[in-house]
Each structure stands twice: as structure tokens, then as C-alpha cells.
Design a binder for this molecule. Structure first.
Ligand SMILES: [Zn+2]
Length: 332
């Protein structure tokens, strides 16, 4: 089930060409010198090319023979062919890792069964965002070693429990594994940062198992998701004919602390309210925003993340998340 060879042209392939060579969710092995392996997952979402670019640059740098062996998971090659996150008739490839019925779910279980047989130094699932965000890591356990891994990628680290169906949850259970978010697709600076991070993992002898200092890492707990009611329209250009009219700098709030009373836009329809759901799916809307005279203001201080201005994403997925900062003392 694991390929022992990559196509000769692999380092030059564009995302849309992957399906000429790979089935969806294909594992490939690239031999290295050290005993432990590094796991890299790329393109679980077909419109997020940074992971593929990083893997290609690593293979080019080491001429196909990295210091530590790589196990590469190549994700949704079918969606990559037309540059979309997923096709309408496919599940989201980062929501198939906790079981379910169908081709992708079966394949995900096969991948996990293979990974269980291998001894990993670390594992990284590489993604891009749909909004303007600084680079950040995501961890699913409050674990010192995982935080040591995360801080090598970025000072910003997000801890979340839901959704449980993501790959990084399964990785965290079997290795020091996490997700990295490399900004918008094709952000070359962020791709370079991700490359430097992965390159380190190929060389490092070990990861420290001590708690990082508070000035080395910001750990945020992502605990609420913001939704826009399906029937409501949204704009970011000052257009007052839409139900919600958010400010143009909306996505620049990501990873910035917002204070009580700070505004993010206007509502032009009395019934338009942002829906705030907590990790248990409970409605907490009235605790977070006020709408006096049509101005949307924060009722609590918090840190936004993944705020996006992509209207399609807002309706398909969400408007963004709110986070609170956690003390490093919580790391076990
Ligand atoms: Zn993604």
C-alpha cells in the first residue's frame, strides 16, 4: 500500500497533474539515513498547494535522499485537478479520519494502519488558509513535546479539540504530530518558512521535552466558531444593501487581540445576527456581540483566527473562530 518510488517528474508536478500519477490518498516512502521517519501530509485540500511545494523543495535539496526518511501522504488529487478544496460529491479529506462509510473513509483507515507500523520522529499535515493569517501550528493535545515542535514553526499555536475527524488528531495519538497553516495558497514567504521547519525535522536529533517559556510560544484555545445564517448576504466593501457589511480590514484581525467594544462592521437588517457556537455546538451568540444601532461590537475580549472574506467559504464553512490565550503551565 506504500509506494517505494515517486514518479521521476515529481518535483516539477503542478497540483492539477497529480491525478495523472496518484490515486487519492496515496502513501509514498522516500528512504533516508536515520532510523526514525518524518511524516508529511500534503494536499488533503485540493486548493492548498504549499505542502506539495515544500515536499518538492525538500526532495530537490537532497536529490531524493533526505537525511531522515519521509513518508508522504498525497491527498485529494481529484479536487487538485480543478483547484478546489473538494468536489461536491466528495467528503472533506480532513474530516475522514475518525471512520465512516465510503471509498475515502476506507482509504483513510488503510493509511492509518500503515502509519501505525512505522516509528516516526514527527508528523506534519500541511495546509493553507482562506483568510489572511500569520503562519501558525495546530495541536490537539496540550503536550510539552508537541509545543516544542509547534514553536519551531511559529510562535502562534492553536489548540483545538473539535473537529475530532481531522488527521492531526490521529497523528497526535501515534506520534508527535500536528497541522501547520501556511497562510494563503502561493504565499512564497510562508512556504519558505514551512520548508525551513520541515528541513529542521530531517536533521534534529531530538525534540526537547520541557515546557517552552511563555515568551517562546502563544498557545490559543480555539473554542467558538462564527456562522452567518444561510439566508443572509455579506459584503466587505461598505455595501449597505447586504445584511452584513463587515469592514474591509476584517481579515487583518486574525491573531490580534480585540477589546470589548471594538467593531467589525454593520448589520443592515435587524434579524441579521452572527451565530456563535462553542465546542459542544451550543449557541453562545448573545455572549459575544452587541448590535446597538446596527453596529456589530465585541462584548468580550478575544483573539480571532481564520476570519475570511471569501463569501463562498463563509457560507460553506464559517466566518472564522474566536480564541483565548492559554498559559504554558497547562502543557503536560
Ligand atoms: Zn486545508
Amino acid at each position: 500500500m506504500i509506494w517505494n518510488e515517486l514518479p521521476k517528474s515529481f518535483t516539477e508536478l503542478e497540483p492539477y497533474e497529480l491525478s495523472d500519477f496518484f490515486e487519492p490518498l496515496t502513501l509514498c516512502r522516500v528512504e533516508g539515513e536515520k532510523d526514525e521517519w518524518v511524516f508529511l501530509s500534503v494536499m488533503l485540500h485540493g486548493n492548498e498547494p504549499s505542502g506539495l511545494r515544500v515536499a518538492q523543495e525538500i526532495l530537490k535539496k537532497y536529490n531524493g535522499k533526505p537525511p531522515r526518511g519521509l513518508i508522504l501522504l498525497i491527498g485529494n488529487v481529484v479536487a487538485a485537478k480543478n483547484g478546489s478544496r473538494r468536489l461536491d460529491d466528495q467528503p472533506d479529506y480532513n474530516r475522514i479520519w475518525l471512520g465512516g462509510e465510503g471509498f475515502e473513509f476506507d482509504r483513510a483507515q488503510d493509511v492509518l494502519n500503515e502509519l501505525k507500523k512505522i516509528h516516526f520522529f514527527a508528523g506534519v499535515d500541511i495546509h493553507n488558509n482562506t483568510g489572511k493569517n500569520p503562519p501558525y501550528g495546530c495541536i490537539n493535545r496540550l503536550d510539552k513535546k508537541l509545543a516544542q515542535l509547534a514553536k519551531r514553526f511559529s510562535k502562534n499555536c492553536v489548540y483545538f479539540i473539535n473537529p475530532m475527524e481531522v488527521l492531526s488528531h490521529r497523528l497526535a495519538a501515534m506520534m508527535t504530530g500536528m497541522t501547520i497553516e501556511c497562510g494563503l495558497p502561493n504565499d512564497k514567504e510562508q512556504e519558505k518558512n514551512a520548508f525551513r521547519f520541515v528541513d529542521q525535522l530531517l536533521h534534529l536529533d531530538r525534540l526537547a521535552e520541557v515546557t517552552p517559556r511563555a515568551d517562546e510560544i502563544n498557545i490559543y484555545h480555539s473554542y467558538t466558531k462564527l456562522l452567518i445564517p444561510d439566508a443572509c448576504t455579506v459584503s466587505f466593501t461598505g455595501d449597505t444593501s447586504t445584511d452584513f457589511s463587515f469592514f474591509p480590514h476584517f481579515d487583518e484581525l486574525n491573531f490580534q487581540s480585540v477589546k470589548v467594544g471594538e467593531s467589525i462592521g454593520l448589520v443592515n437588517n435587524e434579524k441579521a445576527k452572527i451565530i456563535v457556537l462553542d465546542e459542544k455546538g451550543e449557541d453562545r451568540s448573545s455572549e459575544y456581540f452587541t448590535y446597538e444601532e446596527g453596529v456589530i461590537r465585541f462584548k468580550k475580549s478575544c483573539v480571532p483566527s481564520m476570519f475570511t472574506k471569501d463569501v463562498r467559504v463563509i457560507h460553506q464553512d464559517c466566518l472564522g473562530y474566536l480564541m483565548e490565550e492559554l498559559s504554558v503551565e497547562l502543557l503536560k
